[in-house]
Design a protein around this ligand. Sequence first.
Ligand SMILES: [Fe+2]
Length: 317
Amino acid sequence: MNTEIESAYIVLESRNPAAVNTYLGEVIGLMPGAPTPGGAVTWRADGKAQRVVLAQGSANDATCIGFEVSSRTAFDGVVTRLRKLDLDPVPGTAAQNKERRVAEMVRVPAPWGVEVEVVLGLENAATPFKSAMYPNGFVTGNQGFGHFVFGVAGADAYEASRKFALEGLGLKLSDTLRMPMGPVELKVSFFHCNARHHSLAIAQIPAPEVPQKLHHINFEVKRVAEVGAAFERALAAGTPLANMLGQHENDGMVSFYSIGPDGWQVEVGATGRQITDNWNDVREYNRISIWGHQPPAVFAQMQGLTVAAPAPAPETV
Ligand SMILES: [Fe+2]
């Protein structure tokens, strides 16, 4: 299995970082990291120094994602491929490298509207990862820290994003999704770069513009029980949910989606399908989930119908 490149981190900008920090720490259950030299808050999901970087700012969205490569050869390979697409990856300054806690990087704007940083040498944290909420830790290792899903509007941005991911970053297509959404169509491409089913997905949103670039960040945990516990934490905290518990058809993940204070979502899931060598199951799916994942309103309607249905009258004798 090729593990030359993996999802490394996401950088978020928020007008109200305090609320986002509470959500990431108390509901999602990440571990606080050390602040960056520039004063951004960081969060950990494993032994790496930072997986989520949260800065004060007006975007209320992701501004950047990082992919870590495993060697100088792999790093040079990505740079060469990006240049072949007529892109101009710019080396990070010493200050930018320190801020990201990496040895080296190049930055390039991605067609889905955020900067992509390709990095070498993301630092380890000074202390081991420890979380009372996830005693077994997150699924990371050589699968990167999770996945990101971004939305784009229009076929041109979708095709440009696919090209950037496949030909620029060198990711591989896992499979695709195409399904009607109202009078229009939702299309999603899922990309892998190691055993994780997808490290990145790009959705062509059936709307003239995307309200937010980042749709969700995924954190994979080792046991379904830990997904259930996270779901209950979200319920107890009154965190809005986008989708109840369910299981995706393509990656098999049992998960739920909660909505962070800035509108982007976090998926906590387990049982993700693994990509195998010589992946040859590049299918087009026509539904997102095998079961569940209803929006709460749909779930309530279903439950309401059940509750409202009159109980059968008892037999009188
Ligand atoms: Fe996801």
